[in-house]
Each structure stands twice: as C-alpha cells, then as structure tokens.
Design a protein around this ligand. Structure first.
Ligand SMILES: Cc1ncc(COP(=O)(O)O)c(C=O)c1O
Length: 448
C-alpha cells in the first residue's frame, strides 16, 4: 500500500487530459513534455497534479531540485529579494548578492587558483559563453566535444552535442570547427570486457583522432561531461580523465567540464570532477545552482575568464537578483543539511536496489551511476545488448500510473535515470524504488 504516492483517478486524469487538449492547440508539439499530467503544487520530493494525484518525484525537474521542491529557505530568500528589487540588469546597475554568489561559487568549484564566475540563465547559454571565453583566451577556433554528449539546444551548444535524434536532426548547418571524439562508454565499447581495456581502446581512438581530423594546436577547448547526462549517466573513467587533462596541458588546450547536471552535490561531491582526480580550467554549472530558479554559471581561471573584450559576454537577465538570492540559499541548504555527503549514501542505496532488480529482470543490462545520479540501461538481450527503448517507455508509463515520476535518457532512449531530491526522506525513496520495481514486474509480465 503506497503511503506517499496517492492515485485517485486514472492517470492522466480528466483535468490533465483537458489541459493536454489546450496544450495541443496552443503550444508546439516539438517542445515535448514527457508525462501527460499537469502539476498543481509540489513540495520536497512530492508533486500533486491538477486531478489531486500525488507522485513521488525522481526527476527533480531534470536535476534542478537537489534541495527539493520549494525548500522553505529558498522561498524565504526569494521573498526577501522580492521586497527589495527584482531586476536592474547586472550590466546596468550591479548588486552585492551577485558578488557574494560569484565568490561562493569560486570557492566551491574545484581548482586551487584564482577564479572568476560569470552568470547566465540556462545551461546552454553558459556553454555558449564558455566557448566564447575559450576562443578569446586561446586565439584558437576549434572546439572538441564527445560523442553521446548533451550540451544544450542553442546553436553552439547543439553543435557541441553528440546526439542526432531528437536534438540535431534536420536543424543544421551547425557551428563550424567543432569536432567529436568517442566517449569511453564502456558498457557498449566493442571488445572491452574491463574498464582498463575500454580506456585503452578509447584513448587510442582519441589520439588517432588528432592525427586524422584536427591539430591539437588549433583547439581552444575540449568540453566533457564527467558523467554523461542525457547520454545515459555514464561516468567517465578516472584514468581517461587523467589522460585528457594531461593531453590538454601538453597542447595548451582548455579543459571545460560541463557540470550542468552533475554539479552542486548530485554525485556526492560538490562537483563530479572531484571523483576523477583532475581539475578543469573552466567549469560550467546550472540546474541545481539556482534551487529551482533559472541560473547558470561559467567559472574558470581568472585570466581565462578575463580574456574577452569588455562587453564581450553578458545578457539582460544573467545573474538575475531573484535567482541569485535563491542560489545563495540553496547552497546554504546543501551545506547545513549535509546533502552533498548524503548524496553518496543515497546513491549506494539506489544502486543496491537497482542491482537486485538486475538479478530479477532480464531486461536490465547495466546498472551505473555516481552518487545520487543513477541509471538502469534496458536491453532486449543481455548478450547482444540490443537497446530496449520501448521497455523504458512502458516502464515510465506504468510507473506514472502507480505514482512515480521517472526520466529516460541515453542515445538510444533505453536508459531510466533517477534524480531524486538529495533531502528525500528514506521512506519516500524506498516507496519510490518499490514502485519502480512493481512497474518492472508489470512490464516483465507483458514481455514474457
Ligand atoms: C550536461 C548538460 N549540459 C547542458 C544542458 C543544457 O541546459 P539547459 O537545458 O539549461 O540549456 C543540460 C540540460 O539537460 C545538461 O544536462
């Protein structure tokens, strides 16, 4: 019997279905929505829809709510800010809170060197700015990213993205001088039975790439996700990351970590690169930085960040005062509630349950993750590893009907990823995992 998930109607319920009809008429279908329900209110790790159904939220608005929905400290900070001013544009009249947050972010982002931070609104916008800053600093044009990467939907970020459907198909041409190298996706690397072999093979391809496609001396920056996000929650092996760092040092290339999904405590460290034992030159973060409000940051070596001409980076809303107030509060919550440390334990618990599920359900091909950023990769056959996106779709649908919100991921759409709030109560987490398992049980009945 579910205690936190409460389903009162068929899902989606009648009001959600009515809103869906309005949506169809007023909003382009290309701006997709994963679940057919409409939210009425949310708190912590729970979300209620317009039909009164209550769901356990394992999505956190795609990793935005590490502190949960409507954390009281975040709401209070926002309320206080609303009483003072909402907007001046930092480039017109500056405010102290921007400086406080920049200082705080500089302190948290890895790197024992002077840093500076610039704020924008979205992840993609921060990636755009990181690319401009890297080109300005190095005077080089080329940018390198990884296959399976997702860096956002604006043209520079999209050009850096290494996944065609649905992001790039039919939308070219893309920004020139962008190259993609293979990512060490060890579960799918042909002939790689161990991580060591996978790293060796992937590294050979990496080095070969620079003989075939672009000279390292023409490359301004290499962008990488320490854990692939949309690409299916694949952590980069530490040995590969170390070689990457060394390669960048050797050739004067800036190493840019996209920590938009993995940052701000999600993986059990403030930033996922801390697991890898390397320090990037530039770290891009967003999502949970703003505690539910739109905010992104580019943080890097001071001399790198100062490279573009005055006015070369900026934007009307970047570092908006309300978002900045929310971010300062969210970071304080991560600290005071010990949520970064908690993410580690949550992850162990989640992966423990996932491994049990892998024993029971033959379609679970791989279980992986870092801290509280975890995934199950579904396949039709464990030998061939043929992706099973239709099983992911069915699981998400059945889980929703039981009261659990899940996300998919993966280049082949065959990965289920979980991003619960880092302060989710243990009994809520357990119930959510029970619901996932019971969804798998139903899916298994259908396929066997
Ligand atoms: C790793 C990563 N980079 C970039 C982005 C793009 O961020 P936004 O959607 O805020 O533009 C995302 C969003 O999911 C992401 O996960």
């Amino acid at each position: 019997m579910s205690k936190y998930a409460r389903i009162l109607t068929e899902v989606p319920g009648p009001r959600s279905r009515e809103f869906s009809r309005l949506r169809e008429a007023a909003v382009p279908s290309s701006a997709a929505t994963l679940h057919g329900i409409f939210v009425a209110e949310a708190e912590g790790a729970l979300l209620r829809d317009v039909d009164g159904n209550q769901f356990i939220d394992f999505t956190s608005g795609i990793g935005v709510l590490n502190v949960g929905h409507r954390h009281p400290a975040v709401l209070n900070a926002v309320r206080r800010q609303l009483e003072q001013f909402t907007h001046t544009c930092f480039h017109v009249v500056a405010y102290e809170s921007y400086l406080k947050l920049a200082t705080e972010v500089n302190r948290r982002v890895p790197g024992d060197f002077p840093k500076k931070t610039f704020f924008a609104n979205s992840g993609a916008e921060a990636i755009e700015n990181a690319a401009k800053i890297a080109r300005a600093y190095t005077g080089r044009a080329a940018l390198v990213a990884f296959e399976h990467a997702f860096h956002g939907r604006t043209y520079m970020a999209l050009s850096l993205t290494g996944k065609v459907a649905p992001y790039k198909a039919g939308l070219g041409p893309f920004v020139p001088e962008i190259y993609h190298v293979p990512y060490p996706y060890c579960y799918r690397w042909p002939g790689a039975d161990t991580e060591d072999v996978c790293v060796e093979k992937a590294w050979n391809r990496f080095e070969e790439f620079f003989h075939l496609h672009v000279s390292p001396e023409e490359v301004a920056a290499i962008f990488f996700e320490p854990v692939l996000g949309e690409g299916g929650f694949v952590p980069m092996p530490a040995e590969f990351a170390k070689r990457l760092r060394h390669f960048c040092d050797e050739h004067g290339i800036l190493l840019v970590a996209d920590e938009i999904q993995s940052g701000w405590g999600r993986t059990g460290r403030w930033f996922a690169t801390e697991h890898l034992g390397i320090v990037p030159d530039v770290t891009v973060s967003a999502k949970s930085l703003g505690g539910g409000f739109p905010l992104s940051a580019v943080t890097g070596r001071a001399e790198v960040m100062d490279a573009p001409q005055v006015g070369g980076i900026g934007g009307t809303y970047g570092g908006n005062a309300v978002s900045v107030a929310a971010a300062l509060a969210a970071i304080e919550v991560l600290d005071s509630e010990g949520l970064v440390q908690r993410a580690e334990g949550l992850g162990e618990q989640i992966r423990g349950r996932f491994r049990e599920m892998a024993e029971r359900y033959p379609f679970v091909g791989d279980v992986r993750g870092l801290g509280a950023m975890n995934a199950l990769e579904l396949v039709t056959n464990r030998e061939t590893k043929k992706p099973a996106p239709e099983l992911v779709k069915s699981t998400l649908k059945v889980a929703l009907q039981k009261g659990l919100l899940l996300l998919k991921a993966g280049t082949y759409g065959n990965v289920i990823r979980t991003l619960p709030a880092l302060n989710i109560r243990k009994e809520v987490l357990d119930e959510g995992l029970d619901l996932l398992e019971s969804a798998f049980e139903e899916v298994l009945q259908k396929v066997s």
